[in-house]
Ligand binder design. Structure first.
Ligand SMILES: C[S@@+](CC[C@H](N)C(=O)[O-])C[C@H]1O[C@@H](n2cnc3c(N)ncnc32)[C@H](O)[C@@H]1O
Length: 220
């Protein structure tokens, strides 16, 4: 499963970044007509807004991907100590090049699995998990490791695809994205996510738009 993910994300830099930022006509068509009308760049902006520019603690970004949405934000977060973890070395190379080009020096990149995080307990003030929880094969492990490494009172910020909200995205997730190895079933629905969060977190924001959920939750 992990190898499938590694090879699925080993595509050309321009393909992944153009696709996810919708800078080509076909990716715009894909997102706007088929993917419930949700604009991923806008979702990223709304999620990143929850992290203050003057944040001066320790933050984990998992999966950091190619840092396509975060580079500008991180450039301005000069007081933060940021760790970017991803399973794919290929994506990490792209992130490394992008951050270097932008002269961002407060981000440490590391290869690893979200379900086995190489960090001590209660290490992070913030965990950002953008477009990851529909991709990770071991979702239980991901939630459990994020919880372990967050400090009490620390904030988990996430956005990802949820099943059961819209028919076309559900069809695409199952028959296209999962087959390509970009998403990994089984996919949580909104109620599943609430069930996972509520015993461990105080939910601050929890919003669904199209087939995307984004939330901010504070560890109890
Ligand atoms: C859709 S990308 C999202 C990247 C970035 N957060 C963004 O929004 O552009 C999903 C990423 O999850 C990574 N990934 C998949 N399984 C993982 C795992 N078990 N541990 C860490 N990263 C993983 C993939 O390598 C890929 O870079």
């Amino acid at each position: 499963m992990a190898d499938k993910i590694t090879s699925s994300y080993r595509m050309s830099r321009s393909f992944y970044d153009d696709f996810i930022t919708q800078s080509s006509w076909w990716s715009r068509l894909y997102f706007n007509l088929l993917w419930g009308g949700v604009d991923d760049t806008e979702i990223a902006r709304r999620v990143l807004r929850w992290i203050p520019y003057d944040f001066a603690g320790r933050m984990l970004d998992v999966p950091v991907g190619s840092a396509v949405f975060t580079v500008e934000k991180y450039k301005r977060m000069k007081g933060a100590e940021i760790y970017g973890l991803d399973y794919s070395r290929d994506m990490l190379q792209r992130a490394e090049a992008r951050l270097r080009e932008a002269q961002v020096s407060n981000v440490t990149l590391q290869q690893g699995d979200v379900a086995s995080l190489p960090f001590p307990d209660s290490h992070f003030d913030y965990v950002l998990c953008m477009n990851g929880l529909h991709v990770f094969p071991n979702k239980e492990g991901a939630y459990s490791e994020i919880l372990r490494t967050l400090k009490a009172g620390g904030m988990l910020i996430a956005c990802f695809y949820v099943a059961g909200e819209q028919k076309v995205p559900d069809f695409l997730a199952k028959h296209f994205m999962a087959r390509m190895g970009w998403f990994t079933p089984p996919f949580d629905g909104v109620a599943d996510v609430r069930r996972r969060l509520e015993p461990k977190y105080d939910i601050v924001n929890f919003e669904v738009e199209g087939a995307m959920l984004y939330f901010r939750a504070r560890k109890k």
